[in-house]
Design a protein around this ligand. Structure first.
Ligand SMILES: Nc1ncnc2c1ncn2[C@@H]1O[C@H](COP(=O)(O)OP(=O)(O)OP(=O)(O)O)[C@@H](O)[C@H]1O
Ligand code: SF4
Ligand SMILES: [Mg+2]
Length: 399
């Protein structure tokens, strides 16, 4: 089992194409390239925020990882030792396809036969936007959670499982006496807590939360996010947090991955992406996030993108963002697909212009870091002067 900080999930060149059929003979007329070669990893115990406009392939990425869809191609390694991954790649390089295929069937979630997936159905849980749709309206919440425990062989007797159900409900802030109530008797926020309890019941290692708080009121949203962070600390959980709302993602994420039209365009630690967003698309997305501080807000320039997101059925050539990009460099952008490159520490960007200007960007970044350190030094001195006795309260991520 991966230790905190080690890579838990590694996704390489993942593709998920949906065929489009036409005519009475149902001829394949083309493919919707919902996910078109996505590469990223998630470390144990961290939260990776996955953002991008509607239709960019966030949910499909999550669904392909947990094998609700069978990926078109690519590899998905969940908690696989590095030696095994190296062995598979070595076999493939040596042309020992059979041995490689056997190992892939055993370790690569993208190639695993359905019957081998059961343990992963427990280890990786997915939470969706609408908790009501994922709870059976005719089953009490207690029975719904008990059923999951039974299916996964957790708890020997009904009494044991019922005890665990009550513990789980208390953990997520639902009172024990509500155990025999039905989903419709709860509010949206409470229902999402119940869904979280049901996901927790099977001791998952990775939770993929797909717009899990999008339908909740702002105050309830903060409570559910706080609960998820507390549970992460307590159980050492790893999250992929999918959202189109960058302010929510900032609140909860250690690192952020930005998707556009089925591709990953930027991946970086949350602070790095907010201090220095590099991809033109990320910069446009961030420029639209409301800022409470009027001083910063007034200085900030809003970048309005022209045109709509193209259809994944007819993806533009070269950089998929080029028809809307305000930094477009012409032929290279229209013809050559940019690859992710590490521009700053752990900060990866897929953009020809950013790659070309990386030396300048690195200098700017170093300057920014020096200024930041100097500011922190000053504020630490000020804080030290004010009070040497006050204790700092628990600080949440991204604030
Ligand atoms: N089962 C499917 N069959 C055909 N096309 C699909 C299927 N699922 C998704 N798509 C298409 O794939 C693209 C990506 O969809 P996806 O739901 O992954 O986007 P998303 O980023 O999650 O968007 P949103 O923010 O609206 O949830 C869209 O064009 C969508 O219409
Ligand atoms: S590669 Fe070119 S078109 Fe694409 S984001 Fe960068 S500058 Fe814009
Ligand atoms: Mg979605």
């Amino acid at each position: 089992m991966a230790k905190k900080g080690e890579v838990l999930l590694e996704v390489n060149d993942l593709k998920m194409y949906f065929p489009v059929f036409k005519g009475i003979f149902k001829r394949v007329a083309g493919y919707i390239k919902a996910v078109d070669g996505v590469t990223f990893f998630v470390r144990k115990g961290e939260t990776l925020g996955l953002v991008g406009e509607s239709g960019c392939g966030k949910s499909t990425t999550g669904r392909a990882i947990i094998r609700l869809y069978k990926p078109t191609s690519g590899e998905v390694f969940f908690d696989v030792p590095e030696e095994i991954k190296e062995k598979i790649r070595a076999y493939e390089e040596e042309g020992r396809e059979k041995e490689a295929a056997l190992l892939r069937e055993r370790y690569d979630l993208a190639k695993m036969p359905d019957k081998a997936l059961k343990p992963y159905r427990r280890k990786i849980q997915m939470i969706f936007q609408d908790p009501y749709a994922s709870l059976n309206p005719r089953m009490t919440i207690g029975n719904a959670i008990e059923e999951v425990l039974r299916i996964h062989g957790i708890g020997d007797t009904y009494e044991e499982r019922k005890k665990k159900v009550l513990e789980l409900l208390t953990k997520v802030g639902i009172r024990e006496e509500y155990v025999n109530r039905y989903p419709h008797e709860f509010s949206g926020g409470q229902r999402q807590r119940i869904v979280i309890a049901r996901a927790l019941a099977v001791n998952p290692e990775l939770i993929i939360a797909d717009e899990a708080v999008a339908a909740l009121d702002v105050s309830i949203r903060a409570q559910v996010l706080n609960l998820m962070q507390d549970l992460q600390e307590e159980y050492g959980l790893t999250y992929i947090f999918i959202s189109h709302d960058l302010s929510v993602v900032r609140y909860i994420s250690d690192r952020i991955a930005v998707m556009y039209l089925g591709n990953m365009v930027e991946i970086a630690p949350a602070n790095s992406i907010y201090d220095m967003p590099l991809h033109p698309y990320t910069r446009a997305l961030l420029s639209a996030v409301p800022i409470p501080d009027p001083e910063i807000r007034d200085k900030k320039k809003r970048i309005i993108l022209e045109g709509d997101v193209p259809s994944p059925l007819a993806k533009p050539s070269g950089c998929p963002f080029h028809p809307r990009c305000y930094e477009n460099m012409g032929v290279i952008c229209a013809t050559k697909v940019p690859q992710l490159e590490e521009i700053l520490p752990d900060h990866w960007v897929a953009c020809h212009k950013v790659s070309k200007e990386k030396d300048k960007i690195r200098k700017e970044w170093e300057k920014l870091q020096r200024e930041k350190k100097a500011r922190e030094g000053v504020s630490e001195q000020e804080a030290g002067a004010k009070s040497s006795t006050s204790k700092s309260k628990g600080k949440r991520k991204g604030r």
